[in-house]
Design a protein around this ligand. Structure first.
Ligand code: C2E
Ligand code: MG
Ligand code: MG
Length: 701
């Protein structure tokens, strides 16, 4: 009560209101700046803390100064300049320290301790300011009021920063401002209530009240200018922050969208799929991923140029976007590929979606003066049955897509585990195969070829082996077709040729080496030039190299193959037809092509002992060879009975497990140095050994 009556009786009310206005408006600015400091880190936070401290310190000091001017003591007053300045510095430094502590950690007691420091600083400023206040009179203090004023300043200060930093309620920052103003006002007026001045009659003139008001207004003006500076900084920073947010939004848009079609890109797709998958899992609903690959896009690019290609992509992109309904999403996955996601519960909804997609890509498009239909292949994978992760769904939809691309009768294929897993395994193998040479995983084994009449070694067939780091030895029967499909056979075939010739050149006995050639090598590479080059580089005599090809090679492009074969023969190498009897086995093939050897397929050997028919075929091929003067080698000889039959029928050479399994080069080299020219590696058949003994006896005798 005494405080209120002190305000009403001893203060100029106009100035009290001005002081309250300064405290409230300056406090509002200071707390705004303080809030911004709380949002920043590091030096940015220090900068904003400083601004907040200057605004708050100046506000409080000006409030105090105006309130002092409002105090009507009835005696002349002056202000000691130095102490007045010190009180100003205390206010700013105290707020700086308090704010800093309060923001150090949002957990108690930091904000409250910071607030207490502020309360203390306000009190210190006030009482230092009072010390600077000189009055011609007897000044008496009441200790109780002083203590009460300081305690209130500290308590309200602590509460103010508790609200400002920890914001327990929605209106906390208004409350913080109110408590701050309360801290300042309560300190001042409680303190002033405890102060009594008995004026002395000194003859000095009392200050003109209007001058005091003018001074107070000037001080308030300064305070508002300082606060205004803070507001300006705040606005400038907000604008910059807004621009930054705008920029990062634009960057994010660029990162997640394709510039050409305006559709989301692969990254956008993956983000969307991740979200949809989480939703589908939470709601137990279904989700389909449909991968789309345009069929004739390359054609448009090649024939009409890149611009037409771009226009086609834009058009298709637009159509795909327009067909979307609730729960559907489309993105450009790159090149001429699109990817879509569809949330559904009924299979019929998915089928309807696929039909709409097909409609979009199979409707003709007009670009400039020409019309075309791009067409497309689509692959569908469904959550949960075809995969429950993003990667699985995408990769399974792509596997289905590959099947759709290969299938000319269907535009869309749904993922089918049994079909697509096999193709996935092939796909992985194909990828590994690309690095097989550089990783030194390839190796050649050699299988001996023996003369049936004498048992002498005629040569060795080089057979490729792939030591896969995880799967171990992979059979050429498995990986050669893959290498042919992917084109990897070209470098692999070259490696085989080079390695076989280089290794054969080191043999102590000049046996022939037979190398298998793939049809792809005939179709793609300048084979004759390669063989010529390899022979020169490895210094292998051409007559020691035999090239094996199958009939399928000839069927492809007869004229071209014949031309290449003639070139090869002119180098001095010999040519064998492999796996004879399994393919087309036409007589004309044998007549037209300059073969040096027929290799009778091993399937006949398994049957020749029991089947008269097989024996008849063997006999026919042998007589054909005789007529055309082409040597015949029987493949896959595993038993001595088979060998006996071959000998009886007059077959020239044999190859098979009975005579020697394919072996690594080290073992071949060992055998060659041990047995030299005249021994087969495996134990020869009894009669072969007998005929050799006879031969030796003849030579000796
Ligand atoms: P091919 O050229 O007909 O080779 C003979 C295959 O029969 C070899 O299988 C060999 O190990 C096997 N074999 C040999 N004797 C017997 C026997 O007594 N019984 C049985 N059951 N099999 C026997 P491999 O090494 O698995 O090669 C399979 C096929 O892979 C080869 O058939 C050839 O077509 C292809 N190939 C192997 N190496 C190469 C190469 O360097 N380049 C190309 N293009 N194809 C190769
Ligand atoms: Mg062969
Ligand atoms: Mg063969």
């Amino acid at each position: 009560m005494r405080v209120i009556s002190c305000i009403l009786t001893e203060h100029d009310l106009r100035l009290v209101l001005l002081a309250a206005f300064v405290a409230a408006s300056g406090g509002w600015v200071a707390f705004g700046l303080f809030r911004r400091a709380g949002e920043k880190l590091g030096t940015q936070r220090l900068g904003w803390t400083f601004l907040a401290a200057v605004a708050a310190g100046a506000t409080v000091w000006c409030t105090h100064f105006i309130a002092m001017l409002a105090f009507e003591v009835g005696a002349p007053i002056t202000f000691a300049p130095l102490l007045t300045m010190v009180s100003f510095v205390i206010a700013i430094a105290g707020f700086g320290a308090g704010f800093h502590v309060a923001l150090h950690d949002r957990k108690a007691p930091f904000p409250e301790a910071g607030g207490a420091i502020i309360g203390l600083a306000v009190a210190a400023m006030h009482y230092v300011g009072i010390m600077a206040y000189r009055v011609d009179g007897i000044v008496e203090w009441s200790g109780g009021y002083i203590v009460a004023s300081v305690v209130m300043a500290i308590a309200f200060g602590a509460m103010a920063l508790h609200q400002a930093v920890r914001r327990p309620w929605t209106f906390s920052h208004h409350l913080a401002l109110g408590l701050f103003v309360l801290a300042v006002i309560s300190l001042h007026f409680t303190g002033m209530t405890g102060l009594s001045v008995t004026p002395l009659v000194t003859g000095a003139q009392l200050a003109d009240p209007e001058i005091l008001v003018t001074m107070a207004v000037a001080v308030a003006g300064v305070s508002l200018i300082i606060a205004g500076t803070g507001v300006a900084t705040y606005i400038i920073d907000s604008k910059a922050t807004e621009e930054l947010a705008d920029l990062s939004e634009r960057l994010a848009h660029m990162a997640y969208n394709d510039a050409l079609t305006g559709l989301p890109n692969r990254a956008g797709f993956s983000e969307h799929l991740g979200r949809e998958l989480a939703l589908a899992k939470a709601h137990g609903s279904k989700l389909a991923v449909v991968s789309i690959d345009l069929d004739r896009f390359k054609e448009i690019n090649d024939l009409r140029g890149l611009e037409a290609g771009d226009a086609a992509l834009r058009l298709i992109g637009q159509r795909l976007r327009q067909l979307l309904q609730e729960g559907e999403f489309v993105a450009r996955a790159g090149g001429d590929e699109f990817a879509t996601v569809k949330r559904f519960t009924e299979q019929s909804d998915l089928l309807d979606f696929v039909a709409r997609l097909e409609g979009a890509v199979f409707t003709p498009i007009n670009i400039g003066d020409f019309q075309t239909v791009t067409g497309a292949s689509l692959g569908v994978a469904v959550y949960p049955e075809d995969g429950d992760t993003e990667e699985r769904l995408i990769s399974n939809s792509e596997l289905a897509l590959y099947r759709a691309i290969a299938d000319v009768t269907r535009a869309t294929c749904f993922y089918e585990a049994h079909m697509d897993e096999a193709s996935r395994a092939r796909h992985t193998l194909a990828q590994d195969l690309r690095h097989a040479i550089e990783r030194n995983e390839l190796e050649l084994y050699y299988q001996v070829q023996t003369s049936i009449a004498t048992g002498d070694i005629c040569g060795y067939e080089a057979l490729l082996r792939w030591r896969h780091p995880v799967r171990g030895m992979v059979s050429p029967a498995e990986f050669i077709p893959i290498a042919e499909e992917t084109g990897a056979i070209i470098p692999i075939g070259e490696w085989v040729l080079r390695t076989a010739c280089r290794e054969a050149a080191t043999w102590s006995v000049p046996h022939k080496v037979a190398v298998n050639l793939s049809p792809v090598q005939f179709a793609n590479a300048d084979l004759a030039r390669l063989v010529h080059e390899v022979l020169l580089q490895t210094d292998l005599s051409p007559n020691r190299l035999e090239l094996e090809l199958t009939e399928s090679t000839i069927i492809g492009d007869k004229a071209r193959t014949l031309h290449i074969l003639r070139q090869l023969k002119s180098l001095g190498v010999t040519i064998a037809i492999d796996d004879f009897g399994t393919g087309y086995s036409s007589l004309s093939t044998l007549r037209e092509f300059p073969f040096d050897k027929i290799k009778l397929d091993r399937s006949f050997m398994t049957e020749v002992e029991h089947s008269q028919q097989a024996k008849a075929v063997v006999r026919a091929v042998l007589s054909l060879g005789k007529t055309l003067e082409i040597k015949v080698l029987a493949e896959g000889v595993e038993t001595s009975d088979q060998l006996a039959i071959l000998r009886m029928e007059g077959c020239d050479e044999a190859q098979g497990y009975l005579l020697g399994k394919p072996q690594p080069i080290a073992q071949i080299l060992l055998a060659l140095t041990k047995f030299g020219n005249s021994k087969v590696i495996a134990a020869p058949h009894k009669s072969v050994a007998a005929s050799r003994q006879k031969k030796r006896r003849q030579a000796a005798g």
